[in-house]
Design a protein around this ligand. Sequence first.
Ligand code: SAM
Length: 249
Amino acid sequence: MKVDIITLFPEMCRAPLMGSILGKAMERGLWELGVHDLRQWSTDRHRRVDDTPYGGGQGMVMQCAPLFAAVEALATPDSRVVLMTPQGRRLDQRVVESYTACRHLIILCGHYEGIDHRVVETLVHDEISLGDYVLTNGAIAATILTDAVIRLLPGVLGDERSSQEESFSAATGLLEAPCYTKPVEFRGLKVPDILLSGHHANIAKWKAGQSLRRTQAMRPDLLREHRAPALSAAPLQKSPAAPADTPPA
Ligand SMILES: C[S@@+](CC[C@H](N)C(=O)[O-])C[C@H]1O[C@@H](n2cnc3c(N)ncnc32)[C@H](O)[C@@H]1O
Protein backbone atom coordinates (compact mmCIF):
# COMPACT_ATOMS: atom_id res chain seq x y z
CA MET A 1 0.00 0.00 0.00
CA LYS A 2 1.06 3.56 -0.63
CA VAL A 3 -0.17 6.44 1.55
CA ASP A 4 0.21 10.06 0.42
CA ILE A 5 -0.64 12.69 3.04
CA ILE A 6 -1.20 16.28 1.88
CA THR A 7 -0.79 18.74 4.74
CA LEU A 8 0.56 22.12 5.76
CA PHE A 9 2.52 20.40 8.55
CA PRO A 10 4.49 17.48 7.05
CA GLU A 11 6.77 17.23 10.09
CA MET A 12 3.76 16.38 12.29
CA CYS A 13 3.17 13.20 10.26
CA ARG A 14 6.68 12.03 9.42
CA ALA A 15 8.18 11.28 12.84
CA PRO A 16 5.31 9.12 14.16
CA LEU A 17 4.96 7.15 10.93
CA MET A 18 8.63 6.66 10.11
CA GLY A 19 9.71 5.31 13.52
CA SER A 20 9.17 2.07 15.41
CA ILE A 21 7.13 -0.78 13.89
CA LEU A 22 5.74 1.23 10.96
CA GLY A 23 9.21 2.57 10.06
CA LYS A 24 10.66 -0.94 10.07
CA ALA A 25 7.77 -2.18 7.92
CA MET A 26 8.52 0.64 5.47
CA GLU A 27 12.19 -0.38 5.35
CA ARG A 28 11.06 -3.94 4.58
CA GLY A 29 9.01 -2.61 1.65
CA LEU A 30 5.61 -3.47 3.17
CA TRP A 31 4.26 0.02 2.56
CA GLU A 32 5.29 3.41 1.18
CA LEU A 33 4.69 6.89 2.59
CA GLY A 34 4.67 10.28 0.88
CA VAL A 35 4.14 13.35 3.07
CA HIS A 36 3.63 16.46 0.95
CA ASP A 37 3.58 20.13 1.88
CA LEU A 38 0.50 21.58 0.18
CA ARG A 39 2.32 24.88 -0.34
CA GLN A 40 4.39 23.30 -3.14
CA TRP A 41 1.22 23.41 -5.25
CA SER A 42 0.50 27.08 -4.48
CA THR A 43 0.91 29.48 -7.40
CA ASP A 44 0.90 32.49 -5.07
CA ARG A 45 4.26 34.23 -4.74
CA HIS A 46 3.94 34.04 -0.95
CA ARG A 47 2.91 30.38 -1.22
CA ARG A 48 -0.51 31.12 0.26
CA VAL A 49 -3.10 28.34 0.12
CA ASP A 50 -6.04 29.99 1.94
CA ASP A 51 -8.37 32.98 1.68
CA THR A 52 -11.27 34.60 3.51
CA PRO A 53 -14.66 32.83 3.47
CA TYR A 54 -17.42 33.97 1.07
CA GLY A 55 -20.45 35.12 3.00
CA GLY A 56 -18.32 36.38 5.85
CA GLY A 57 -17.37 34.65 9.05
CA GLN A 58 -14.24 34.01 10.99
CA GLY A 59 -11.03 32.34 9.90
CA MET A 60 -9.61 31.30 6.56
CA VAL A 61 -10.61 28.60 4.10
CA MET A 62 -8.16 26.40 2.18
CA GLN A 63 -8.47 27.13 -1.53
CA CYS A 64 -9.46 24.78 -4.37
CA ALA A 65 -6.51 25.34 -6.70
CA PRO A 66 -3.63 23.91 -4.61
CA LEU A 67 -5.73 20.97 -3.40
CA PHE A 68 -6.89 20.09 -6.94
CA ALA A 69 -3.30 20.36 -8.22
CA ALA A 70 -1.99 18.15 -5.40
CA VAL A 71 -4.56 15.39 -5.88
CA GLU A 72 -4.23 15.50 -9.67
CA ALA A 73 -0.43 15.17 -9.35
CA LEU A 74 -0.62 12.16 -7.02
CA ALA A 75 -3.75 10.27 -8.05
CA THR A 76 -3.76 7.00 -9.97
CA PRO A 77 -6.78 4.88 -11.01
CA ASP A 78 -6.29 2.94 -7.72
CA SER A 79 -6.38 5.98 -5.44
CA ARG A 80 -8.93 6.55 -2.69
CA VAL A 81 -9.06 10.16 -1.54
CA VAL A 82 -9.87 10.61 2.15
CA LEU A 83 -10.53 13.93 3.86
CA MET A 84 -9.95 14.16 7.61
CA THR A 85 -12.80 16.25 9.00
CA PRO A 86 -14.85 16.39 12.20
CA GLN A 87 -17.93 16.21 9.94
CA GLY A 88 -17.03 12.78 8.55
CA ARG A 89 -17.92 9.19 9.36
CA ARG A 90 -16.53 8.23 12.77
CA LEU A 91 -13.34 6.16 12.48
CA ASP A 92 -13.56 2.70 14.05
CA GLN A 93 -11.83 -0.63 13.54
CA ARG A 94 -14.29 -1.73 10.85
CA VAL A 95 -13.54 1.39 8.80
CA VAL A 96 -9.81 0.84 9.39
CA GLU A 97 -10.05 -2.79 8.25
CA SER A 98 -11.89 -1.74 5.09
CA TYR A 99 -8.96 0.49 4.09
CA THR A 100 -6.48 -2.41 4.22
CA ALA A 101 -7.89 -3.49 0.83
CA CYS A 102 -6.83 -0.18 -0.80
CA ARG A 103 -3.64 0.09 -2.81
CA HIS A 104 -3.30 3.86 -2.60
CA LEU A 105 -4.68 6.30 -0.04
CA ILE A 106 -4.44 10.05 -0.55
CA ILE A 107 -5.27 11.76 2.76
CA LEU A 108 -6.17 15.46 2.79
CA CYS A 109 -5.65 17.44 5.98
CA GLY A 110 -7.60 20.62 6.61
CA HIS A 111 -6.51 23.63 8.63
CA TYR A 112 -8.07 26.96 9.64
CA GLU A 113 -11.86 26.76 9.04
CA GLY A 114 -11.51 23.77 6.74
CA ILE A 115 -11.36 23.37 2.96
CA ASP A 116 -13.42 24.82 0.09
CA HIS A 117 -16.45 22.55 -0.26
CA ARG A 118 -15.96 22.16 -4.02
CA VAL A 119 -12.96 19.95 -3.18
CA VAL A 120 -15.15 17.77 -0.96
CA GLU A 121 -17.84 17.44 -3.63
CA THR A 122 -15.47 16.74 -6.50
CA LEU A 123 -12.35 14.95 -5.30
CA VAL A 124 -13.07 13.28 -1.99
CA HIS A 125 -14.31 9.67 -1.76
CA ASP A 126 -14.56 9.46 2.06
CA GLU A 127 -14.83 12.01 4.86
CA ILE A 128 -13.46 10.54 8.09
CA SER A 129 -13.61 11.92 11.63
CA LEU A 130 -11.65 10.82 14.68
CA GLY A 131 -14.55 11.76 16.94
CA ASP A 132 -16.89 14.52 18.00
CA TYR A 133 -14.29 17.12 18.88
CA VAL A 134 -12.34 19.66 16.83
CA LEU A 135 -8.57 19.55 16.30
CA THR A 136 -6.55 22.50 15.00
CA ASN A 137 -5.57 20.67 11.80
CA GLY A 138 -5.83 17.30 10.11
CA ALA A 139 -2.18 16.17 10.29
CA ILE A 140 -2.54 14.29 13.56
CA ALA A 141 -5.82 12.77 12.38
CA ALA A 142 -4.20 11.58 9.11
CA THR A 143 -1.30 10.11 11.08
CA ILE A 144 -3.69 8.18 13.33
CA LEU A 145 -5.66 6.81 10.38
CA THR A 146 -2.44 5.75 8.64
CA ASP A 147 -1.03 4.06 11.75
CA ALA A 148 -4.25 2.14 12.38
CA VAL A 149 -4.45 0.89 8.78
CA ILE A 150 -0.79 0.06 8.17
CA ARG A 151 -0.36 -2.02 11.33
CA LEU A 152 -3.04 -4.39 9.98
CA LEU A 153 -1.22 -5.09 6.71
CA PRO A 154 0.22 -8.62 6.45
CA GLY A 155 3.70 -8.85 7.97
CA VAL A 156 3.73 -5.43 9.64
CA LEU A 157 3.19 -6.70 13.19
CA GLY A 158 5.13 -9.88 12.45
CA ASP A 159 2.38 -12.07 13.91
CA GLU A 160 -1.13 -11.66 12.49
CA ARG A 161 -2.60 -13.37 15.56
CA SER A 162 -1.76 -10.38 17.73
CA SER A 163 -4.03 -8.06 15.71
CA GLN A 164 -6.77 -10.70 15.57
CA GLU A 165 -6.86 -10.94 19.37
CA GLU A 166 -6.91 -7.19 19.85
CA SER A 167 -9.75 -5.00 21.01
CA PHE A 168 -12.38 -4.33 18.29
CA SER A 169 -10.88 -6.94 15.93
CA ALA A 170 -13.20 -8.52 13.39
CA ALA A 171 -12.75 -11.89 15.17
CA THR A 172 -14.82 -10.91 18.23
CA GLY A 173 -15.46 -7.17 18.13
CA LEU A 174 -14.85 -7.13 21.91
CA LEU A 175 -12.18 -5.62 24.15
CA GLU A 176 -9.07 -7.72 24.67
CA ALA A 177 -8.61 -9.66 27.92
CA PRO A 178 -6.30 -8.17 30.61
CA CYS A 179 -2.60 -8.95 30.16
CA TYR A 180 0.25 -9.42 32.67
CA THR A 181 4.02 -9.79 32.64
CA LYS A 182 6.85 -10.58 35.10
CA PRO A 183 7.09 -10.61 38.06
CA VAL A 184 4.45 -13.15 39.11
CA GLU A 185 3.88 -11.12 42.28
CA PHE A 186 4.25 -7.35 42.73
CA ARG A 187 3.42 -5.73 46.08
CA GLY A 188 1.20 -8.67 46.93
CA LEU A 189 -0.66 -8.41 43.58
CA LYS A 190 -0.54 -11.78 41.81
CA VAL A 191 -0.87 -12.80 38.20
CA PRO A 192 -3.95 -15.08 37.80
CA ASP A 193 -2.91 -18.74 38.33
CA ILE A 194 -4.54 -19.85 35.08
CA LEU A 195 -2.00 -17.84 33.03
CA LEU A 196 0.86 -19.73 34.70
CA SER A 197 -0.71 -23.16 34.16
CA GLY A 198 0.58 -23.78 30.63
CA HIS A 199 -2.86 -25.23 29.75
CA HIS A 200 -3.53 -23.46 26.47
CA ALA A 201 -7.18 -24.47 26.07
CA ASN A 202 -8.07 -23.31 29.59
CA ILE A 203 -6.11 -20.08 29.10
CA ALA A 204 -8.00 -19.38 25.86
CA LYS A 205 -11.31 -20.02 27.68
CA TRP A 206 -10.30 -17.71 30.54
CA LYS A 207 -9.28 -14.98 28.10
CA ALA A 208 -12.59 -15.26 26.25
CA GLY A 209 -14.49 -14.89 29.53
CA GLN A 210 -12.37 -11.93 30.65
CA SER A 211 -12.81 -10.28 27.26
CA LEU A 212 -16.59 -10.50 27.65
CA ARG A 213 -16.49 -9.25 31.24
CA ARG A 214 -14.29 -6.31 30.43
CA THR A 215 -16.42 -5.38 27.43
CA GLN A 216 -19.55 -5.52 29.57
CA ALA A 217 -17.91 -3.27 32.19
CA MET A 218 -16.34 -0.72 29.86
CA ARG A 219 -18.18 -0.87 26.51
CA PRO A 220 -21.55 -2.63 26.75
CA ASP A 221 -22.48 -1.02 23.43
CA LEU A 222 -20.02 -3.40 21.72
CA LEU A 223 -21.81 -6.44 23.17
CA ARG A 224 -25.08 -5.26 21.68
CA GLU A 225 -23.50 -4.59 18.30
CA HIS A 226 -21.81 -7.98 18.04
CA ARG A 227 -24.50 -10.10 19.76
CA ALA A 228 -21.82 -11.78 21.86
CA PRO A 229 -22.62 -14.97 23.77
CA ALA A 230 -23.63 -14.86 27.44
CA LEU A 231 -20.91 -13.98 29.96
CA SER A 232 -19.00 -16.83 31.54
CA ALA A 233 -18.89 -17.12 35.33
CA ALA A 234 -15.19 -16.13 35.52
CA PRO A 235 -14.68 -13.08 37.76
CA LEU A 236 -13.35 -9.82 36.33
CA GLN A 237 -9.70 -9.43 37.27
CA LYS A 238 -9.82 -5.70 37.82
CA SER A 239 -12.67 -3.66 39.20
CA PRO A 240 -14.26 -1.61 36.42
CA ALA A 241 -12.99 1.92 35.98
CA ALA A 242 -15.20 4.87 35.14
CA PRO A 243 -17.66 4.32 32.28
CA ALA A 244 -16.28 4.94 28.81
CA ASP A 245 -18.19 8.19 28.38
CA THR A 246 -16.75 9.76 31.55
CA PRO A 247 -13.76 12.02 30.80
CA PRO A 248 -10.52 10.95 32.49
CA ALA A 249 -9.80 12.71 35.82
C1 SAM B 1 -10.36 23.62 13.06
S1 SAM B 1 -10.75 22.23 12.06
C2 SAM B 1 -12.07 22.85 11.07
C3 SAM B 1 -13.41 22.56 11.66
C4 SAM B 1 -14.56 23.09 10.83
N1 SAM B 1 -14.58 24.53 10.84
C5 SAM B 1 -15.90 22.58 11.37
O1 SAM B 1 -16.48 23.23 12.22
O2 SAM B 1 -16.31 21.49 10.97
C6 SAM B 1 -9.39 22.20 10.95
C7 SAM B 1 -9.09 20.84 10.35
O3 SAM B 1 -8.69 19.92 11.38
C8 SAM B 1 -9.04 18.60 11.00
N2 SAM B 1 -9.89 18.05 12.07
C9 SAM B 1 -10.37 18.71 13.13
N3 SAM B 1 -11.07 17.91 13.93
C10 SAM B 1 -11.06 16.69 13.37
C11 SAM B 1 -11.63 15.44 13.72
N4 SAM B 1 -12.38 15.28 14.80
N5 SAM B 1 -11.39 14.38 12.92
C12 SAM B 1 -10.65 14.51 11.80
N6 SAM B 1 -10.09 15.68 11.41
C13 SAM B 1 -10.29 16.76 12.19
C14 SAM B 1 -9.77 18.69 9.68
O4 SAM B 1 -8.85 18.38 8.64
C15 SAM B 1 -10.22 20.13 9.64
O5 SAM B 1 -10.37 20.63 8.32
